[in-house]
Ligand binder design. Structure first.
Ligand code: HAM
Length: 416
């Protein structure tokens, strides 16, 4: 019987890990330069957390969560996290971190789960990398998160991206926009699909996100035309800051985002190198979420990016750097002697391997070639007795017998 991975999941094989690690390293360095600290939270939470934060009328919570556990349990069922924002905010509040400082800039990387129909770039288990800047209403922070993601893309060589920004207003102006939207949609309602009809009652903004009836909703009122003066001023600073940082963007009134907690700034990075699932990252400001979850009433902003999608946009292949050596057991030598030398070299910070199948010298040399090692290192009975090794430079074939200490120096020096 052949087993298969569950639909919508991916194995990451060693050759793909190289590219993955390059992205992770670039992201870690960028986060640290921008002053963000790492947090790690559980991959599942009480289902009620997502109802309260992501929003119970969103597709993500309503249709796409993997939920399990005993519904009779007093604390309710669990759900695999469909996004990392709710768990991150819960952790900041629950761990009492706001007692230490008011403004937290944190980042995370980890798996998220959504029961979506799998296709290229859309998986049921995927990896999100993102930030949450919690505790500041400053529009410069909105811009900082966008600049940060653009820097990560630059560091990994992704150039074909677009940033679209919108403002969806705040508690003061959003109700007016909701009324205007309802009024404009009401006459269209009989022609819209069932999903949109439901959205009309439960969360009218989500109709703007509808793919089925997109043509019918082209000319609906735009949030940006209903924003109050404060929201307008906020967006103006975001724009000025993006311009100051020379990050290209365009205002797109159709960005509404699929989660409930957003206020004011929302944005998406997309890539023309991807197919239908072209969103690399999405984010925005959420000024009421932390307070509504029992934390301080503080403004916040963040984004999350799909790691698998960035990797697709990076394209190409990466190869791991070649090892420093490959140790060959030559002649009638005890293999434990080779083992001893290999361990000593690794302890000295060098990378390399030996044969673990007791093969012929010829077969071992084939392995040395295959690994791309800079040096083949022969250990025969004579070398073992003298504590020496015969080094062969794999580039020019030059050979010399040196003491183990000298070999370490030579290999560490990186020159032949
Ligand atoms: P989101 O737009 O739902 O936002 O997801 C962010 C990113 O995750 C997307 O742009 C996409 O790259 C990736 N993604 C989403 N679903 C899938 C999937 N099924 N397969 C592969 N990749 C996927 C959020 O999750 C918010 N928590 C972002 C945020 C943080 N807002 C404020 N702070």
């Amino acid at each position: 019987m052949n087993f298969q991975a569950p639909e919508g999941t991916k194995d990451i094989t060693p050759d793909q890990v190289v590219l993955w690690n390059r992205l992770e390293k670039a992201a870690r360095e960028t986060f640290s330069r921008f002053g963000y600290e790492e947090v790690r939270t559980p991959i599942f939470e009480y289902t009620s957390l997502f109802y309260k934060s992501s929003g119970e009328t969103t597709d993500i919570v309503e249709k796409e969560m993997f939920t399990f556990g005993d519904p009779e349990d007093k604390k309710g069922t669990y759900s695999l996290r469909p996004e990392l924002t709710p768990g991150t905010i819960r952790a900041l509040i629950e761990q009492g971190l706001f007692a230490k400082k008011n403004f937290w800039k944190v980042w995370y990387l980890g798996p998220a789960f959504r029961k979506e129909r799998p296709q290229k770039g859309r998986y049921r288990q995927f990896t999100q990398i993102g930030v949450e800047a919690v505790g500041s209403p400053d529009p410069l922070v909105d811009a900082e998160t966008m600049v940060l993601f653009a820097e990560i893309l630059k560091a990994v060589g992704v150039t074909a991206w677009e940033l679209r920004v919108n403002s969806i207003g705040c508690g003061d102006c959003r109700p007016k926009y909701r009324d205007a939207l309802k009024e404009a949609i009401r006459p269209l309602l009989p022609t819209l699909d069932e999903n949109c009809k439901r959205r009309f009652e439960r969360n009218v903004f989500r109709i703007l996100d509808c793919k089925v009836d997109a043509d019918k909703t082209q000319n609906l009122p735009r949030a940006i035309d209903y924003t109050c003066d404060k929201c307008k001023a906020h967006l103006a600073v975001v724009e000025t800051a993006l311009q100051a940082a020379a990050v290209p963007y365009r205002i797109d009134p159709r960005i509404v985002r699929g989660l409930d907690y957003y206020t004011r700034t929302v944005y998406e990075f997309s890539s023309s190198a991807l197919g239908a699932q072209n969103a690399l990252a999405g984010g925005g400001r959420y000024d009421t979420l932390v307070g509504s979850m029992g934390g301080p009433e503080v403004g916040s902003v963040g984004f999350a990016a799909g790691v698998e999608r960035i990797l697709l946009a990076m394209g190409g292949e990466a190869t791991a750097p070649p090892p420093d050596f490959y140790a060959v057991a030559a002649g009638d030598v005890a293999r434990t002697e080779v083992f001893k030398t290999v361990v000593a070299l690794r302890r000295a910070g060098l990378s390399g391997d030996m044969d673990f199948e007791a093969r012929s010298v010829k077969a071992q040399m084939r392995s040395a070639n295959k690994t791309g090692a800079r040096y083949a290192l022969f250990i025969g009975p004579e070398e073992a007795q003298k504590g020496a090794v015969k080094l062969k430079d794999m580039k020019d074939g030059a050979e010399q017998t040196v003491s183990l200490d000298e070999a370490v120096r030579k290999l560490q020096g990186g020159t032949s």
